[in-house]
Ligand binder design. Structure first.
Ligand SMILES: Nc1nc2c([nH]c(=O)n2[C@@H]2O[C@H](COP(=O)(O)OP(=O)(O)OP(=O)(O)O)[C@@H](O)[C@H]2O)c(=O)[nH]1
Length: 138
C-alpha cells in the first residue's frame, strides 16, 4: 500500500457561509467541489501549508480559528489524510479569486448537501456541522 498524501484544507467562514472551490477538468476529482487547500510539502506543518496554499490558490490571507480532526480517505488512485482547519479572511485580505479552480462559491450549510463535494470531505463537513451546532447552543 502506498503512503497516504497529507493534505490541508480550509473551511473559510464569512457571514454564516463557507467558501468552496470547484476542481478543474482533467484532474483527480474533476469538477467536484472541495475546501481550498492542498498537499503539505516535506517538513511543513498544517498551518504553514494552509497559509501558502490559500495564498497560491485564492490570493488571500486567512486566520485559522479551529482545527477539525484529521480524516483518512482511500480513493482508487490515491489515499489522502485531510487536515481541516476553520478560518476566516483577515481584515486586510484581498477577495478570493480562483487562480487554480474553475469556480468559487460561498455556501450556507443548509445548501451544501446539494453540492457534489469530494468524498473525503463528507466527514469534514459532519465535524464542521457539529462544531457550528455546539457554538450556537447557549
Ligand atoms: N485541497 C483539497 N484537496 C482535497 C479535498 N478533498 C479531497 O479529496 N482532496 C484531494 O486531495 C488532493 C489534494 O491535492 P492538491 O489539491 O494539492 O492537488 P491536485 O490534485 O490539484 O494536484 P497538484 O497540485 O499536484 O497539481 C487531491 O487528490 C484532491 O482531490 C479538499 O477538500 N481540499
Amino acid at each position: 500500500m502506498t503512503t497516504p498524501i497529507q493534505v490541508c484544507c480550509a473551511l473559510i467562514e464569512r457571514a454564516g457561509r463557507v467558501l468552496i472551490a470547484q476542481r478543474p477538468p482533467g484532474k483527480h476529482l474533476a469538477l467536484q467541489w472541495e475546501f481550498p487547500g492542498g498537499k503539505l510539502e516535506p517538513g511543513e506543518d498544517v498551518a504553514t501549508a494552509l497559509h501558502r496554499e490559500i495564498q497560491e490558490e485564492l490570493g488571500c490571507d486567512i486566520k485559522i480559528t479551529a482545527a477539525l480532526s484529521a480524516c483518512e480517505h482511500r480513493y482508487d488512485a490515491v489515499t489522502i489524510v485531510l487536515h481541516p482547519r476553520v478560518a476566516h479572511l483577515t481584515a486586510g485580505s484581498s477577495e478570493p479569486h480562483p487562480h487554480e479552480h474553475v469556480a468559487l462559491r460561498w455556501v450556507a450549510l443548509a445548501e451544501i448537501a446539494e453540492i457534489d463535494l469530494a468524498a473525503a470531505d463528507l466527514p469534514v463537513l459532519a465535524a464542521y456541522r457539529d462544531l457550528r451546532k455546539k457554538a450556537s447552543q447557549p
